[in-house]
Design a protein. Structure first.
Length: 130
């Protein structure tokens, strides 16, 4: 039996519709877990969650927002120093120096919101200095 391109496209479309909602729900739950682990300063559970899903923090950092802020900003707000330092070490330097959605870099935001003396800011400063 010979399949036409249209038949294959329809089959792929139907199959993808069946998986789309579950995948989206799984991604939402994964993002919620990541946010919870950052907020609770639980570096070990964060690392385990990423490893279990075969993800690298550098690949998901830009796409995950918690309470309307980036993971590093959330770590500073929640005083999650261990997780914040871990994140600062894992993301690309470019991510640390580029402005976020509000136009401020992580360091600029930290300074203007009273987090300038945190270990997270120190780690970011060390990474971006070189």
């Amino acid at each position: 039996m010979r399949l036409t391109v249209a038949a294959v496209a329809i089959g792929v479309g139907i199959a993808s519709l069946g998986y789309s909602p579950a995948s989206h729900a799984n991604l939402d739950q994964l993002a919620a877990s990541v946010c919870d682990y950052v907020a609770s300063d639980d570096k070990n559970r964060l690392r385990r969650k990423l490893k279990d899903h075969r993800l690298k923090l550098r690949n998901i950092y830009d796409n995950v927002q918690c309470e309307g802020v980036s993971l590093l900003r959330l770590a500073m707000i929640k005083d999650a120093q261990d997780v914040g330092v871990f994140i600062a070490k894992q993301v690309p330097k470019r991510t640390l120096t580029e402005p976020e959605s509000d136009g401020a870099t992580v360091l600029q935001w930290a300074e203007s919101n009273g987090h300038g003396g945190s270990q997270i800011v120190q780690e970011i400063g060390e990474r971006t200095a070189s």
